[in-house]
Design a protein around this ligand. Structure first.
Ligand code: KG4
Ligand code: ZN
Length: 343
């Protein structure tokens, strides 16, 4: 059994966690920066990086003290090394390097997306490889075949906005606070999902790619028309997203023998999305796995767990490993035709 310290600071959440290779979460803590970024309606990279510098050291002390451990009790240090806002990524990675050097512990540079991708395995011991992963977060919307540790095949991606980004933009149009996902989900509970006619971009198309920019523009028009209640727009938007995710994932399931469907990333915290995808998996006779909501949004337990899987596989990194703003899980995946810079 090994104990891994996980560190995360790639976006606007500072987080530290201690996780064991036998799936025990000894301590974990996340501090968000919502109030710092709220006046700007989105994450400001410089503000985020400075906040991580101030917050992260205290979180490392807290998880060690909560678990009644010292750094010498830790077997390895796993830090997110990308992708993300580079100033932020560097904070956890440099903290990890410093601790690894000072305490003479191995360093594991974790891909944040691999953290999300493996997170269901932390809480679901029965989830083996391979599985079809729907990765839905603020920066990504992808379908990947997860064939083993470090073995990812991207089947689809978004040709414009990520799905979390669509939630955040729709929320902003509705005057809701950042991050938009939870705010839309809450408002949608009171609304009629069929009240506002909204498009389902790419639904029915032959490849399982995603597109959300047109949906956002349609929300903009619905808000501007003044014809609809905000809760109806929120519910109709969420339903449109659910329909897109289900249709695209159904198509990807048809093309893979993977016995399980997994959903991960911040948007997987959404109850309507969880329910719809669980139904889709059942219909297609696949096992379904989704982490609890706190493990879907950014956290360090998933980074520590990805570190535990890598440590078990003997995959450690040198102290000069670089921070990476861009770091796709499937490095061979080609740019999608019609895609913007985010593909
Ligand atoms: O994974 P995550 O915490 O950070 C990234 O790696 O991007 O995902 C953040 C995204 C945000 O866009 C946020 O609005 C969305 O996840 N999100 C949700 C919900 N909770 C968070 N979207 C829909 N419903 C939710 N309940
Ligand atoms: Zn994330």
């Amino acid at each position: 059994m090994s104990v891994i310290l996980g560190l995360e600071s790639s976006c606007d959440d500072s987080a530290a966690a201690l996780v064991t290779s036998d799936r025990r979460i000894l301590a974990q803590t996340v501090v968000g920066q919502n109030s710092a970024h709220q006046p700007y309606g989105g994450v400001v990279p410089e503000i985020a990086a400075r906040a991580h510098v101030e917050i992260l050291p205290g979180l490392i002390e807290k998880v060690l003290s909560d678990a009644e451990m010292s750094i010498s009790d830790v077997d390895a240090i796993a830090a997110t090394a990308g992708p993300g806002l580079i100033g932020g990524v560097m904070v956890a990675l440099l903290a990890g390097k410093g601790l690894a050097l000072a305490a003479a512990k191995p360093l594991i540079a974790v891909n944040h997306l691999e953290g999300h991708a493996l997170s269901p395995r932390l809480v679901d011991p029965d989830l083996g490889f391979p599985y079809l992963l729907l990765l839905v977060s603020g920066g990504h919307c992808q379908l990947l075949e997860v064939n083993g540790l470090g073995h990812y095949r991207r089947l689809a991606t978004t040709i414009d906005d990520a799905v979390g980004e669509a939630f955040d933009k729709a929320a902003k149009l509705l005057g809701l606070p950042y991050p938009g996902g939870p705010a839309i989900e809450k408002l949608a509970r009171r609304g009629d999902p069929n009240a506002v006619p909204l498009p389902r971009p790419l639904v029915g198309s032959g490849e399982p790619h995603f597109s959300f920019a047109g949906l956002k523009s349609a929300v903009q028009r619905a808000v501007a028309s003044g014809d609809f209640q905000p809760e109806d727009i929120a519910a109709s938007f969420q339903q449109a997203v659910v329909d897109c995710l289900v249709d695209r994932t159904r198509l990807a399931l048809e093309g893979t023998d993977a016995p399980a469907l997994v959903v991960a990333g911040g948007v997987a915290a959404n109850q309507a999305i969880r329910t719809a995808l669980a139904k889709l998996a059942a219909k297609n006779c696949r096992k379904f796995s989704v982490p609890p909501p706190w493990l879907c949004t950014d956290n360090a337990a998933m980074i520590a767990w990805a570190g535990a899987e890598r440590f078990a596989g003997g995959l450690c990194d040198p102290l000069d490993v670089p921070a990476r703003a861009r770091w796709p899980l499937d490095e061979r995946a080609e740019k999608v035709r019609g895609a913007g810079v985010k593909a």
